[in-house]
Write a protein that binds this ligand. Structure first.
Ligand code: SAM
Length: 433
């Protein structure tokens, strides 16, 4: 049941407004996301900026509705052929245990040719079976399959043993993760005092999970320097890099610095050069480092595919490479309709290019860490295999899986359901002395 349905009844004009808002935005959003590849969250942000009169309840309703629309789009629009408002209603029913007042109103306005059942408690397979039974009598109906929830080419670049489990995990929003910078208990206690339940990870000491959609910055304002919002799989990258105290690292695709900040916290007194092609992201990184009182991070624009590598050598180089991002589809349900096998292949080419370019900056005996938030074979094991084929001075170095404590052979695929959270592939390579 969503938050609206737990609160006091909404006035009729609000539920009508919700239905009208969906009718207004969904057709345009569909075109922009599906045909032009624009991210749904940015479209929504921009729409909400243009409609300042909408309150937090309306915003929450729209965000939830838009994301559930894209999450089930493969069945509701592609396969069943519903119009956007109908598809949004069915998408919401598929992930709720009861329709909110606004969706109830929408249901009455629409005239779906089958009964709308709430299936929030069912597994994706059970939902599939139930919908197939409900829709069986519709003219020209083709039975739904789990595979319809992603593009047909999905299976061509993913381990066939894992493909269905991946799709299943995309249909559910994972928790949000915090990396605590002091002790996890202080943060979980502070959250409990605000009535928010949270969980500590049993292996990754700093990691705390909370329900998605909670405004942590707002709730934990007094503790703002003591935690970083960072997905659990992303925290594993820093733990696997395991930088030594006082060492000197280069984070060559640093973005806004999630991993640079983690490396800095882990190494204490070390030095990090954080580079990226995006100058605004580096400015944000600087701002975040100041907020956390972290010194020792220097930023510099750098194009890791085309710029000459530095002459300086580092104890470690982290390549958190630009990738297809398929590992994040449970958080960004529209992203699966904006990416293709072609993107995966292009990303893999760029990833190998980056590794080949920056490897010269790893000291003899130093580390090269390669990470991507995806699980497609061309961007993970194949990139590493191609790199190792060309550079026999680098060898995979075994490490312990931070999530389980089990030994790996130097590379780890974290699947989205394992954290649960983002999927991430991480390799630790040691350069020969
Ligand atoms: C996965 S994101 C990095 C996320 C970041 N490390 C973090 O933990 O927050 C990949 C980054 O690579 C950057 N990038 C893309 N192409 C690049 C290039 N040719 N050279 C350097 N950085 C690049 C993107 O701007 C993006 O910030």
């Amino acid at each position: 049941m969503d938050k609206d349905s737990q609160q006091k009844p909404l006035p009729e004009k609000v539920v009508r407004r919700h239905a009208e808002l969906l009718e207004e935005i969904l057709p345009g959003f569909s075109t922009l996301v599906i045909d032009e590849g624009r991210p749904a969250d940015l479209l929504l942000q921009s729409f909400l900026r243009s409609r300042r009169e909408l309150g937090s309840r309306d915003r929450r309703f729209l965000a939830q509705a838009v994301f559930s629309y894209f999450r089930w789009y493969g069945w509701t629009v592609h396969k069943i052929g519903l119009n956007p408002s109908e598809a949004c209603l069915l998408g919401n029913a598929l992930e709720s245990t009861a329709l909110s007042q606004s969706f109830h109103y929408l249901e009455k306005r629409l005239n779906l040719p089958f009964p709308v059942e709430c299936m929030g408690g069912l597994t994706p397979e059970q939902k599939c079976e139930r919908l197939n039974a409900l829709l069986a009598d519709l003219e020209d109906f083709q039975p739904l399959e789990l595979n319809d929830l992603v593009l047909p080419e999905f299976g061509s670049v993913v381990d066939p043993q894992k493909a269905e489990a991946c799709i299943r995990s995309f249909q559910q929003r994972p928790p949000a993760w915090i990396r605590t910078r002091s002790d996890a208990e202080t943060i979980t206690t502070a959250l409990a005092e605000k009535g928010v339940s949270s969980g500590m990870h049993d292996k990754v000491e700093a990691a705390v999970s909370v329900d998605p959609g909670i405004s942590l910055q707002h709730l934990l304002g007094d503790y703002s320097g003591q935690f970083v919002v960072q997905d659990l799989a992303s925290q594993c990258v820093g733990l696997i890099a395991d930088p030594k105290e006082g060492s000197d690292w280069w984070d060559c695709c640093a973005g806004a610095g999630g991993k640079s900040l983690h490396l800095a916290d882990l190494m204490r007194d070390g030095k990090i050069l954080s580079t990226d092609v995006r100058i605004p992201a580096l400015k944000e990184l600087k701002k975040r480092a100041r907020k956390y009182g972290i010194r020792g991070i220097r930023t510099q624009p750098f194009n890791a595919t085309t710029d000459e590598p530095f002459t300086k050598l580092f104890d470690g180089v982290l390549v958190d490479a630009p990738c297809s991002g398929w590992g994040t589809w449970n958080r960004n349900p529209d992203a699966r309709w904006r990416s293709s096998r072609r993107d995966v292949i292009q990303c893999a080419t760029r990833q190998l290019k980056i590794l080949n370019n920056v490897k010269w900056c790893v000291k003899p005996g130093g580390l090269l860490i390669y990470a991507v938030c995806t699980f497609t074979r061309p961007e993970t094991e194949e990139v590493v295999m191609n790199f190792l084929d060309q550079h026999d001075d680098f060898k995979p170095e075994p490490f312990l899986n931070p999530l389980t404590g089990e030994q790996t052979d130097g590379q780890l695929q974290i699947w989205p359901w394992e954290c649960p959270g983002d999927g991430m592939f991480i390799t630790r390579l040691r350069r020969a002395e």
